[in-house]
Design a protein around this ligand. Structure first.
Ligand SMILES: *Cc1c(COP(=O)(O)O)cnc(C)c1O
Length: 401
């Protein structure tokens, strides 16, 4: 495919800066040991894995600070690894990436509050237009600017019923586009509701999408980039790949559905340390509300990670942390900054031992892994939320390996 990176590049863009260390208030050895390590090689590995599944260009979805991994570092890594574009949810997310030196096409899928179209133009972003009022407002803005034509992507609702031009509004949208040559319909997109569970629903939505495409083409409008596939549709349906694919979660190493076999590498690992140990007698209780009572003499380890870091309070008396390569059950309530685990059966546990909340650990008791899928299943949510819940308070450290 042709290289679109230069076409949309800002003429004033500066050379790519090196991947930055996260901002910290103090030197590394003076901060809390709780951290998220992000494997840049894991990202590159997953991009290569997806390239084996599709010939289509890949626009990585980096909304919500790249699913909690840090959008700037992730975008720089993927751009250097040859990703064809990135998608974000909000205008401010897109501007952050341009200011970090990202030059590839940036598709802004939403977040046009206050119709800030001049900023879209100024930062050379590609807007996704999902309703008629936006289409009218952007046409006005574009006709006043000096650009001969401005690339937009139009989003249609083929079954998600969330955002997108509906079937009944579509004829009006087509007329508006035909009347405004200063807006170039570069892209035409939709989004799947059930890509992870149903091949039939993908096919039904694609049938509607194809029919709408025919209407466009009959009116002389021929989008060069038609796209629909998230990670699950990329894994499940070659027909959905179209002219580009929009994977998010798969790049971060999470299989997008139960039996996809993309063989991905997890990218984020969250770890901390044991900071205190105590021995309880049978009958003593732990934590707020005294929700756990020792049934035998027990050793309890305290770890400085809590719900304010993204370890859900629903892991109270329910989840695990890894110590010395073994699972330690969380006992008592997870509190804002601290969590307690039962290490009675993990002999030799000491203060400063590493603790893993997400990812793999090897230690004197073997090897164990906690995946985002496992946490999601236990907490009745999805891996996407487990990743985006890792809060701002947890510094991200970027590893090349
Ligand atoms: C989030 C999102 C994606 C990526 O979804 P994954 O399931 O994480 O791959 C793709 N397209 C749109 C419109 C999205 O909002």
């Amino acid at each position: 495919m042709q290289d679109r990176r230069l076409k949309n590049a800002s003429p004033t863009a500066t050379p790519l800066p090196r991947v930055l260390k996260p901002r910290r208030a103090a030197p590394t050895d003076a901060v809390r040991p709780t951290r998220a390590e992000v494997s840049l090689e894991g990202l590159r590995f997953n991009l290569r894995a997806l390239r084996r599944v599709t010939q289509a260009p890949i626009y990585s979805v980096l909304k919500a600070d790249a699913y909690g991994h840090g959008a700037k570092a992730v975008a720089r890594t993927l751009e250097r690894a040859g990703v064809n574009g990135v998608c974000v949810a909000l205008l401010e997310e897109a501007i952050e990436l341009r200011e970090a030196g990202i030059q590839c096409p940036v598709l802004v899928m939403g977040g046009y509050y206050g119709h800030a179209w001049s900023e879209v133009l100024q930062h050379q972003l590609t807007p996704v237009i999902y309703d008629l009022s936006q289409l009218e407002a952007l046409a006005k803005e574009a006709s006043q600017a000096e650009h001969p034509a401005w690339n937009i992507h139009l989003k249609v609702d083929t079954g998600m019923a969330r955002l997108g031009i509906t079937a009944s509004e579509f004829p009006k949208a087509v007329e508006l586009l035909a009347a405004h040559p200063e807006l170039k319909l570069q892209g035409f997109m939709t989004h799947f509701a059930c890509a992870d569970t149903s091949a039939e629903s993908i096919a039904e939505q694609l049938d509607r999408f194809d029919a709408m495409t025919t209407t466009l083409v009959n009116r002389g409008l021929k989008p060069e980039l038609r796209h629909a596939a998230n990670s699950a549709a990329l894994a499940r349906s070659p027909r959905a790949h179209l002219d580009l694919v929009r994977p998010g979660i798969a790049l971060f190493g999470v299989e997008p559905m139960p039996n996809s076999e993309l063989n991905l590498k997890p990218v984020m690992r969250v770890s901390s340390q044991v900071i205190a140990l105590r021995t309880l007698q049978a009958g003593q209780t732990v934590g707020y509300g005294a929700t756990w009572k020792a049934q035998r003499p027990s050793v309890i380890a305290t770890v400085p990670i809590g719900y304010a870091d993204g370890l859900s309070r629903s892991a109270s008396n329910n989840g695990f942390l890894l110590i010395r390569g073994k699972r330690a059950p969380i006992v008592g309530a997870v509190s804002m900054d601290l969590t307690t685990v039962d290490v009675t059966d993990i002999e030799g546990t000491q203060v400063t031992d590493e603790v893993v909340a997400l990812g793999k650990q090897k230690g004197t008791h073997g090897e164990a892994t906690i995946t985002a899928q496992e946490i999601a299943a236990r907490e009745n949510t999805i891996p996407w939320e487990v990743l985006t819940n890792v809060s701002r308070r947890v510094p991200r450290f970027y590893r090349e390996s």
